[in-house]
Design a protein around this ligand. Structure first.
Ligand SMILES: Nc1nc2c(ncn2[C@@H]2O[C@H](COP(=O)(O)OP(=O)(O)O)[C@@H](O)[C@H]2O)c(=O)[nH]1
Ligand SMILES: [Mg+2]
Length: 227
């Protein structure tokens, strides 16, 4: 599932790369009423390609609730695995088959990891590198997570794991859903594996990480530690 907000310039290329890399996978885009018409592009692609579907929400309800909407859709449809990845070209779907294979051979959660040995971050400004490293360090330390990349949105979950996690009780609405789901997966006893990825910053469109997203991220991660 690919969450989108203002990804009109990227979604077509991303979807065709995903479908080509993983012939067995279907793609679900969860769009939050992007003013640039991302949903319209996906709807048109979905008419000619049955593997593409769209969940169109009315407004910007946030990345966290977009993940939940996509996962509920996948659980209801009976898929065995659900992958999440950014739609902006940063997550190369070339590693998807390997990630899916790792779940099929026993992992519950596979993380496309920038910070595992062999992983990398390209095309990020120094400020973004620092921001990402700090966010990851904070999540890792505060939540006691034994994963190198706790803030990567490129993941594959087994649906067996998702059924064990208390999805209805997650408190995040935005980006903090990424560490929160990892925290909850750990509590549910998940076998977690990291696969190194070469993360490449977007070439088109803009990041949706804002100062208010960062503040709400910090608040939620700090609150999670207390529960
Ligand atoms: N549906 C939905 N998608 C979002 C929202 N915020 C971000 N996204 C998507 O989540 C992915 C990651 O966002 P991005 O801005 O690239 O984050 P960054 O890579 O950390 O700068 C992209 O595919 C975005 O379009 C949101 O509020 N709702
Ligand atoms: Mg991005």
């Amino acid at each position: 599932m690919l969450p989108t907000y203002q990804e009109r310039e990227n979604i077509r290329t991303t979807l065709s790369a995903v479908l080509a890399a993983s012939p067995r996978a279907d793609a679900v885009v969860v769009d939050d009423g992007s003013p640039d018409g991302t949903a319209g592009v996906v709807a048109i692609l979905g008419r000619v390609q049955a593997r593409i579907s769209l969940i169109a929400r009315n407004g910007k309800l946030g990345l966290g609730t977009a993940y939940l909407a996509g996962m509920r859709h996948g659980l209801d449809a009976g898929y065995g695995m659900i992958a999440t990845m950014d739609a902006d070209g940063s997550h190369d779907p070339i590693v998807l088959p390997e990630m899916l294979l790792r779940v099929e051979s026993g992992a519950d959660l596979v993380i496309g990891s920038r910070y595992a040995p062999g992983g990398s971050v390209e095309n990020f400004s120094l400020a973004r590198k620092v921001n990402s490293a700090v966010a990851n360090g904070v999540a890792r330390t505060l939540l006691g997570l034994a994963v190198r990349d706790c803030t990567s949105g490129f993941r594959v979950y087994s649906t067996a794991l998702l059924r064990k996690m208390r999805l209805d009780e997650l408190r995040s609405t935005g980006y903090s859903m990424i560490p929160e789901m990892l925290y909850e997966a750990t509590r549910a006893g998940a076998r977690i594996v990291e696969v190194p990825i070469a993360f490449r910053n977007r070439e088109k469109g803009e990041s949706k990480v804002t100062v208010s997203e960062i503040i709400s991220w910090m608040r939620t991660v700090a609150a999670l530690r207390r529960f």
